[in-house]
Ligand binder design. Structure first.
Ligand SMILES: NC(=O)c1ccc[n+]([C@@H]2O[C@H](COP(=O)([O-])OP(=O)(O)OC[C@H]3O[C@@H](n4cnc5c(N)ncnc54)[C@H](OP(=O)(O)O)[C@@H]3O)[C@@H](O)[C@H]2O)c1
Length: 255
C-alpha cells in the first residue's frame, strides 16, 4: 500500500503544487494549513486527477507548539513515507522596526514546528526504507539577506539543521534521508504575507521568479535524487544539487 506524504502549508503556493506532485507519484497525502476551504479545493483537484489517492485534510495552526504535537499524534497511525515541512512566512524591514508578535509567530512556525515534526518523524521512521523529510529553507538560508534578516536567520537554521540531520542519519546507517531545498523568488502569497500587503506585483518587484509549480518540480527532483541539498540559483533560477554545503563537525557523534 502506498505511504502518505505529510505536507504542511499545502493551502497555497509551493505546498499546494507539491501535494499535487506527490499525488501524481501515487503517494497519499495529508495536507495541513489553517485555511480549510483552500485545502478542500486541493482535495477536490487531487480527487479529479488522481482518484486512487487518499487525501486527508488537517486544519491546524502550526505556530502553536501544542497543535504540532497533537497533529503528529493524530496522523501517526497512517503509514508515513514523506514529511515536507513547507509552511512558513517571512518578514521584511529593520530589526528595530520589527513587529514582535509577527516575528515570534514566524520563529514558532519556521523553526519550532519544523523541528518538532521532524524529530517525531525521525523517532518513529528513521529505520523505515524509503522515508524522507524535505525541509524548505530559502536562498536566504545560504546568503544573509539584511532586508529580511530575522527571516533569513530562520532559514539558516532550517538549512543547518537539515544538512546536519542527513549526516547524522547516514552515519548511523539509518534508512531515512533528510533533504533541504532553498527556493529563490517564487510567485506565491509569500510576499503579500511577508510585507503585509495584498496582490504584490511580482513583475514589478523581481527581475525573474519561479512559479510554484516549477518549485514543486524542483522538490520532486530533489526527492528522487541521491543529493541532499537543492539550491535555486538566483541568476538562472535553475536548481543546483549538492552533497555538502556547510561544514559539518561530527566530533562526539559516536559517543
Ligand atoms: N515564495 C518565495 O519566494 C519563497 C522563497 C524562499 C523560500 N520560501 C519558503 O517556501 C515556503 C512556502 O511558502 P510559499 O512561497 O508557498 O508561500 P505561501 O503561498 O504564502 O504559502 C505558505 C503556506 O504556509 C501556510 N501557513 C502559514 N502560516 C501557517 C500557520 N500558522 N499554520 C499552518 N500553516 C501556515 C499557509 O496556509 P494557511 O494560511 O492556510 O495556514 C500556506 O499554505 C515557506 O517556508 C517560505 O519561507 C518561499
Amino acid at each position: 500500500m502506498a505511504g502518505y506524504a505529510l505536507i504542511t502549508g499545502a493551502s497555497s503556493g509551493i505546498g499546494y503544487e507539491t501535494a499535487l506532485k506527490f499525488a501524481a507519484k501515487g503517494q497519499n497525502v495529508i495536507i495541513v494549513a489553517r485555511n480549510e476551504e483552500k485545502l478542500q479545493q486541493l482535495k477536490d483537484a487531487i480527487a479529479a486527477q488522481y482518484p486512487n489517492v487518499d487525501v486527508v485534510i488537517k486544519v491546524v495552526d502550526l505556530a502553536q507548539a501544542n497543535n504540532v504535537k497533537a497533529l503528529y499524534e493524530d496522523v501517526k497511525h497512517y503509514s508515513l513515507q514523506t514529511l515536507v515541512n513547507n509552511a512558513g512566512f517571512g518578514d521584511f524591514g529593520s530589526v528595530k522596526d520589527a513587529d514582535i508578535n509577527k516575528i515570534q509567530t514566524m520563529l514558532h512556525l519556521n523553526i519550532e514546528a519544523l523541528t518538532i515534526l521532524t524529530t517525531l518523524f525521525v523517532k518513529d521512521y528513521e529505520n523505515v526504507e524509503g522515508t524522507q523529510v524535505i525541509n524548505i529553507s530559502s536562498v536566504g538560508g545560504y546568503e544573509i539577506y539584511t532586508a529580511a534578516l530575522t527571516y533569513s536567520a530562520t532559514k539558516y537554521y532550517v538549512a543547518a539543521y537539515t544538512e546536519g540531520l542527513d549526516v547524522q542519519l547516514r552515519d548511523k546507517g539509518a534508512n531515512m534521508r533528510a533533504k533541504v531545498i532553498a527556493p529563490s523568488s517564487t510567485k506565491t502569497s509569500f510576499m503579500d504575507r511577508s510585507l503585509d500587503t495584498e496582490d504584490t506585483d511580482y513583475d514589478a518587484y523581481f527581475d525573474r521568479y519561479n512559479t510554484s509549480e516549477e518549485l514543486a518540480d524542483y522538490i520532486m527532483t530533489l526527492y528522487d535524487s541521491d543529493k541532499h541539498i537543492g539550491i535555486v540559483d538566483d541568476d538562472t533560477l535553475e536548481l543546483k544539487l549538492y552533497d555538502h554545503f556547510y561544514p559539518v563537525n561530527t566530533f562526539g557523534a559516536d559517543q
